[in-house]
Write a protein that binds this ligand. Structure first.
Ligand code: XUL
Length: 517
């Protein structure tokens, strides 16, 4: 029985969580916000602003420096990292890091980690999941393998702009010499794990499935998709491994600097969503999860891969075995923040607007909420439209605008997740906005389902800690979830049956509007 560390390198922050399996308690919860703690990278929201809204890159050196900042904070707070018996974690999905040579031989203690990363990069910045610039490359990949249905059949998703294959192809086309100089390409998850190990480590099957390169059934890179993406790509990718694989031990750099025990085992990192599936206690089929983060996602475990006939959903690997379905909405908290900031509101104002100042259906005021390019449904450039009374359309009704964005987001989630299967009667919610009961009430009413919230909102970092605990101690995910991922009944949000008719009608109108996009 011991302590296990889970990390999550997400879009806007790096988080650490430690669970103590003996006491059944979370004993550390710490985060570093990239924009706030590392302003020198000019990435207030975790990525480098670009005049072209389709281009979203981040600096991988920032992610590396955040590791030092995080561990400095953790040890300065008096936490003994020497008590940790295993480490795993997660990263924002799909983003890729390009290296001149594989990482090997550990890090020097004479210089900070981030200074050792710059010279290793063959591409200064990393395209992240929000990048929407590789549409042409998606078409090329699909054509090369005989059409979109073939990409879906092999990889579980149609060719998607934010997925790694299209991004790699774009790099190869725009900067062929730099592609030639690239010896290895990592996902964010395998990059962070490689930093901790001091050597290049494999990509896990969970996150690997978000690349449009993995043959899901074979659990191996698909030669046809590799070939379609870029020449000799197979040589440049670490091998895919099951998520439970031990990929190394924590490098001496971290042992000397932060007191980790020498030889602390490190288990494969996965994507933030697959990790969340474990951290939410939803790794067995039957429970749907809604995660309200920078992106909003809807996901659930499934035994056999089933694909979305509309082509927006994805199939990833479930770190606990089998598969998971996922639908991602780029306009999650970024869109909610755009409304909050436009009217100078606080999150409590947001909640009050929904619970006290407006009512379900919003008196006919509605919105198309695409503040950034959207992948579900496909909206190439920002598109925000208001429909309703004159004051609302002129942006003079803050409370109605708050309700309009959340209703639009919830209706879109419901509309685009209907392919997953049976309508859930109970849904688990996580992510920063899951603390906002106004937002939750709208989701509960739109889905006509009870929402359950865990006491812990950082389910992705928690999933990392639980995966390390499972790997070292052999405790089942089910048992670990019963201890660490139990919903807090005082946070349950029940649907109001009287709103069903309102949202059925609004849902039909919203679907028409989406179809006309
Ligand atoms: C999932 C996706 C996002 C990122 C956010 O497909 O693109 O949820 O993983 O971190």
């Amino acid at each position: 029985m011991g302590l296990f560390l889970g990390l999550d390198s997400s879009t806007q922050s790096l988080s650490a969580m430690v669970v103590d399996t003996k006491r059944g308690a979370v004993v550390l919860d710490e985060s570093v916000n990239f924009g706030g703690a590392l302003p020198q990278y000019g990435s207030p929201q975790g990525f480098i602003p670009n005049a072209d809204p389709r281009i979203k890159h981040a600096n991988p050196v920032m992610w590396a420096q955040a590791l030092d900042v995080l561990f400095e904070r953790v040890t300065a707070g008096g936490f003994d990292l020497g008590s940790v018996r295993g480490v795993s974690g997660a990263g924002q999905q799909h983003g890729s890091v390009y290296l001149r040579r594989p990482i090997s031989g550990g890090w020097s203690s004479d210089a900070p980690l981030h200074e050792q990363i710059g010279p290793l990069l063959s591409r200064a910045t990393s395209p992240i999941w929000m990048d929407a610039s590789a549409g042409e490359e998606c078409n090329e990949i699909a054509r090369a393998v005989g059409g979109e249905p073939e990409v879906v059949k092999v990889s579980g998703s149609r060719a998607i702009e934010r997925f790694t294959a299209a991004q790699i192809r774009r790099f190869y086309k725009l900067e062929p010499a730099a592609y030639d100089a690239t010896a290895e390409i990592h996902l964010v998850s395998s990059f962070i794990a490689s930093l901790l190990a001091g050597r290049s480590v494999p990509i896990d099957l969970g996150d690997g499935a978000g690349m449009n390169l993995l043959d899901l059934q074979a659990g191996a890179w698909s030669p046809a998709l590799l070939e379609a993406a870029a020449p000799r790509l197979g040589k440049r990718l670490p091998p895919p491994v099951p998520s439970t694989t031990q990929v190394g031990v924590v490098d001496d750099y971290f042992v000397k600097k932060y007191g980790f025990r020498s030889g602390t085992p490190l288990f494969a990192f996965t994507g933030d969503n697959p990790s969340s599936l474990v951290g939410m206690g939803a790794s067995e089929p039957g429970t749907a999860v809604i995660s309200l983060g920078t992106s909003d996602t809807v996901f659930a475990a499934m035994r056999q891969p089933r694909t979305d006939p509309r082509g927006f959903g994805h199939v990833f690997g479930n770190p606990a075995g089998g598969f998971m379905s996922l639908i991602c909405f780029a306009n999650g908290s970024l869109a909610r923040e755009a409304i909050r900031d436009r009217f100078g509101l606080s999150w409590s104002d947001f909640e009050r607007a929904i619970r006290e100042q407006t009512r379900p259906g919003n008196d006919g005021n509605a919105m198309l909420p695409f503040f950034v390019p959207e992948m579900t449904p496909k909206v190439g450039a920002p598109k925000v439209e208001l429909f309703g009374d004159d004051d609302f359309v002129a942006w003079r009704k803050p409370a109605a605008t708050v309700r309009a964005i959340v209703e639009a987001q919830a209706l879109s989630m419901k509309h685009h997740s209907d392919w997953i299967g049976e309508r859930p009667t109970s849904i688990l919610v996580t992510g920063g906005a899951s603390r906002n009961r106004g937002i939750l009430q709208i989701i509960a009413d739109v889905f006509q389902a009870e929402l359950k919230t865990l006491a812990i909102s950082k389910s992705s970092a928690l999933g990392g800690a639980l995966r390390a605990a499972q790997a070292v101690e052999g405790t089942s995910f089910k048992e670990l979830a019963a201890t660490f991922a139990a919903p807090d009944p005082s946070l349950d949000v029940r649907p109001d049956p009287a709103t069903k008719a309102v949202y059925d009608e609004l849902g039909a109108r919203f679907a028409e509007r989406l179809a006309a996009l």
